[in-house]
Design a binder for this molecule. Structure first.
Ligand code: AR6
Length: 176
């Protein structure tokens, strides 16, 4: 599924983010940046040990922020590592932190003149963010960013499960 936002494209696919040929892929990391399970583990396996070596030099990343490294053995030239929030029911801050994770990832991309970015669904695995709520935050934050920054030509959401893919599709239909 593809949607035009100004001159940019927002795309949803089902698949594996490690295999994408966009300029950058985004990692759903933790604050240490030293690897983990889920998409983080998959990206480190596919990129090779040099990725961890570069991450060790960065000194971590706050929740809602993002940092960039090279992509090493990946097709993507860069990896943008962002830290989404661990979900909790009370308080509005999880939503703001998830918005910030997407926005900061795209700001970091802009600073490197990156034109295309693939995202997984941040915080919806180990960090427990409900999928439909997370999809709403993800798609509205990225759409707003693309409207303001046509320099980013393509954002692709790469959803691992068919459940995640269809949830993102339904939410994007409603937003469009
Ligand atoms: N491609 C695309 N999406 C994937 C892939 C893949 N190869 N593998 C998993 N997913 P998670 P989080 C989906 O847990 O919730 C790590 O240990 C998965 O189905 O990877 O932000 C980090 O080190 C889910 O929908 O990230 C942190 O400690 C989504 O990616 C913590 O997990 C996110 O799931 C971060 O948790």
């Amino acid at each position: 599924m593809k949607l035009k936002i100004g001159s940019s494209t927002l795309e949803l696919v089902q698949g594996d983010v490690t295999r994408q040929d966009t300029d950058a892929i985004v990692n759903a990391a933790n604050k240490t940046l030293l690897g983990g399970g889920g998409v983080d583990g998959a990206i480190h396996r596919a990129a090779g040990p040099e990725l961890l070596a570069e991450c060790r030099t960065l000194g971590g990343c706050e929740t809602g922020d993002a940092v960039i490294t090279r992509g090493y053995n990946l097709k993507a030239r860069y990896v943008i590592h962002t830290v989404g929030p661990v979900y909790r029911r009370s308080g509005p801050s999880v939503q703001h932190l998830l918005e910030s994770a997407y926005r900061r990832s795209l700001e970091v991309a802009l600073a490197k003149e990156i034109r295309s970015v693939s995202f997984p669904s941040i915080s919806t695995g180990a960090y427990g963010y409900p999928l439909e709520d997370a999809a709403t935050v993800a798609l509205s934050t990225v759409s707003d960013f693309l409207r303001a920054h046509p320099e980013i030509e393509l954002v692709r959401f790469v959803l691992f499960s068919s459940e995640a893919f269809h949830t993102f599709e339904d939410v994007l239909d409603k937003l469009a």
